[in-house]
Design a protein around this ligand. Structure first.
Ligand SMILES: *[C@@H]1O[C@H](CO)[C@@H](O)[C@H](O)[C@H]1NC(C)=O
Ligand SMILES: *[C@@H]1O[C@H](CO)[C@@H](O)[C@H](O)[C@H]1NC(C)=O
Ligand SMILES: *[C@@H]1O[C@H](CO)[C@@H](O)[C@H](O)[C@H]1NC(C)=O
Ligand SMILES: *[C@@H]1O[C@H](CO)[C@@H](O)[C@H](O)[C@H]1NC(C)=O
Ligand SMILES: *[C@@H]1O[C@H](CO)[C@@H](O)[C@H](O)[C@H]1NC(C)=O
Ligand SMILES: *[C@@H]1O[C@H](CO)[C@@H](O)[C@H](O)[C@H]1NC(C)=O
Ligand SMILES: *[C@@H]1O[C@H](CO)[C@@H](O)[C@H](O)[C@H]1NC(C)=O
Ligand SMILES: *[C@@H]1O[C@H](CO)[C@@H](O)[C@H](O)[C@H]1NC(C)=O
Ligand SMILES: *[C@@H]1O[C@H](CO)[C@@H](O)[C@H](O)[C@H]1NC(C)=O
Ligand SMILES: *[C@@H]1O[C@H](CO)[C@@H](O)[C@H](O)[C@H]1NC(C)=O
Ligand SMILES: *[C@@H]1O[C@H](CO)[C@@H](O)[C@H](O)[C@H]1NC(C)=O
Length: 416
């Protein structure tokens, strides 16, 4: 039992590793003072020509181990250069008055790196430049952008995310203040005023005990159902399927709010295992990690970790690694069409809509037989019960009719 728990813990930390990749570097100026700080993740997708005249696509991430040789700081311009395995990725910044910006990203990749570029035709080092949307960053603040920003150029797509960067650092220390990118800012559709407490501000007594989140004020529309799947490799069919619409309820201090998870523009990753499978879905505002376990005969949702930011920009991270939800037989799928709510942690409630999952034993890339949740089954039972009672009624009427006829026949045609 203990060992099992340790295994699961190891597993969850494994996922965390995968997600918290990225690199953190500090560049010092000639005086030894910090001048550039960067903590970011970059995913590269590079198309290149292969020996067989076909086009290959290399996908890799900026590794966590890089060197910063070639980086330099000046009073008005500076360069962050990250070198890894023969490749290099650099950004140059310029300061203009009270604001700074990133002008250009330069990425050089060495095609003789056959690990990342298998069967590449040439051994050349190619360089591309791209213009990022990192501008108007207030001096002495950190540029922060959790959202994914894909920068496209001819042969290379680079996706920057979880970016925290400061150039022109003063006083040898990174600023705690942030300039957020536009993508991270709250959507204009949710006016923050609606979250104003309903209680009269003069009543002071209740302030010490948190008011119960009884009134989720603006009723959100039903969340869009997203369809997520994972494949073992490119050629195979899906090995994990999950369809659901998702809403979360979040308590932060005394504030309770609900947010819909928008499946549009999400990225899906994960892993199909024998005893455990993971699904990770990343949207602009949230990262959801689901871990399913296979207990030989049944599977269940065992761990859930949701991190993100509310519309007002407050970060949250809630996880439970001891769940037993969505259980069904291995080889079947779990289905629950009715809206359900689950308490994940004291601060997080999960609402699901049109849920169907199959984390193990997917055949031909489609869901197997569904095992429905209680509430679906109940709603199913009502029409069945009505149908059965109708049938019984009809049988009674028919029986009465025939008995009546028999009696009439026996007693002769007395009736008019
Ligand atoms: C949940 O995910 C976040 C972000 O990856 C991580 O910092 C946190 O430790 C995770 N929590 C658990 C319990 O795994
Ligand atoms: C870059 O992204 C575009 C749009 O998503 C896509 O069509 C293209 O194939 C991608 N290129 C590479 C090299 O991944
Ligand atoms: C490779 O492709 C080019 C044009 O794209 C073609 O002219 C050439 O014959 C091809 N070579 C082989 C070996 O298929
Ligand atoms: C690339 O380098 C490898 C090993 O260094 C060598 O075997 C191969 O012939 C080179 N290819 C070209 C096109 O130069
Ligand atoms: C409200 O509570 C604060 C701190 O809990 C206290 O200082 C203040 O006097 C209270 N005001 C009233 C009107 O009770
Ligand atoms: C995918 O299929 C193609 C053609 O069927 C094959 O050449 C390739 O090796 C396969 N890739 C994998 C990862 O199985
Ligand atoms: C998804 O988002 C894009 C732009 O962000 C928008 O054009 C598109 O209509 C959206 N699709 C759906 C189904 O909402
Ligand atoms: C579920 O686990 C059992 C025992 O660990 C294993 O034999 C079985 O193949 C697993 N099922 C799937 C679909 O991975
Ligand atoms: C799955 O679990 C079974 C027993 O619980 C164990 O024997 C087996 O080695 C595990 N398989 C993997 C791939 O971890
Ligand atoms: C996990 O949940 C079970 C029952 O739901 C409980 O008995 C057990 O103590 C929990 N373990 C942890 C580590 O929270
Ligand atoms: C959660 O679901 C139960 C019924 O399953 C319902 O009574 C309750 O009101 C729901 N809670 C919320 C916050 O929607």
């Amino acid at each position: 039992m203990y060992r099992y728990a340790a295994f699961v813990l190891l597993l969850t930390s494994g996922i965390v590793f995968q997600l918290s990749h990225g690199v953190e570097v500090e560049v010092k100026d000639s005086k030894g003072d910090l001048c550039i700080y960067a903590n970011l993740t970059v995913d590269f997708s590079v198309s290149y020509k292969k020996n067989d005249n076909k086009t290959g696509v290399a996908e890799f991430e900026l590794p966590s181990k890089v060197t910063i040789n070639g980086s330099e700081c000046d009073s008005k311009s500076s360069l962050l250069k990250l070198n890894f395995g023969g490749h290099s990725w650099s950004v140059n910044f310029t300061l203009d008055g009270e604001k700074y910006q990133a002008d250009l990203i330069t990425f050089s990749y060495d095609l003789s790196d056959k690990t990342n570029f298998p069967d590449a035709e040439s051994n050349d080092t190619l360089t591309i430049t791209a213009k990022p949307e990192i501008k108007d960053v207030v001096k002495d603040t950190c540029y922060s952008c959790k959202s994914r920003d894909m920068i496209q150029s001819d042969a290379v797509n680079q996706t920057l995310w979880n970016v925290l960067m400061q150039a022109f650092v003063s006083n040898n220390s990174k600023s705690g203040e942030l300039t957020h990118c536009a993508a991270d800012l709250p959507a204009t559709t949710a006016p923050p005023t609606t979250h104003a407490p309903t209680a009269a501000p003069t009543t002071n007594a209740s302030a010490t005990t948190a008011p119960p989140p009884t009134t989720p004020i603006p009723t959100l529309p039903t969340p869009t159902v997203g369809k997520y799947s994972i494949k073992k490799d490119e050629n195979s069919t899906a090995c994990l399927l999950a369809d659901f619409g998702l809403r979360i309820g979040l308590k932060q201090g005394q504030k309770y709010q609900e947010m819909n998870f928008d499946p549009n523009g999400t990225t899906t990753s994960g892993r199909c295992g024998v005893n455990s499978s993971d699904l990770i879905v990343v949207s602009n505002s949230m990262t959801i990690m689901l871990t399913f376990t296979n207990d030989t005969k049944k599977f269940r949702l065992h761990a859930l970790n949701i991190t993100g930011k509310t519309s007002s920009g407050v970060a949250f991270s809630e996880a439970n690694t001891n769940l037993s939800l969505w259980q069904a037989a291995v080889g079947a799928s779990y289905m629950c069409n009715k809206e359900q709510n689950y308490t994940i942690t004291s601060a997080l409630t999960l609402f699901t809509f049109d849920l169907r999952v199959q984390p193990f034993g997917v055949k031909k890339g489609v869901f197997s037989t569904a095992e429905e949740c209680q509430s679906d089954a109940e709603s199913f039972l009502v029409p069945i019960a009505v149908g059965v009672s109708l049938l019984v009624l009809i049988l009674i009427v028919l029986a009465a009719y025939f008995i009546g006829r028999k009696r009439n026949a026996a007693t002769g045609y007395e009736s008019f």
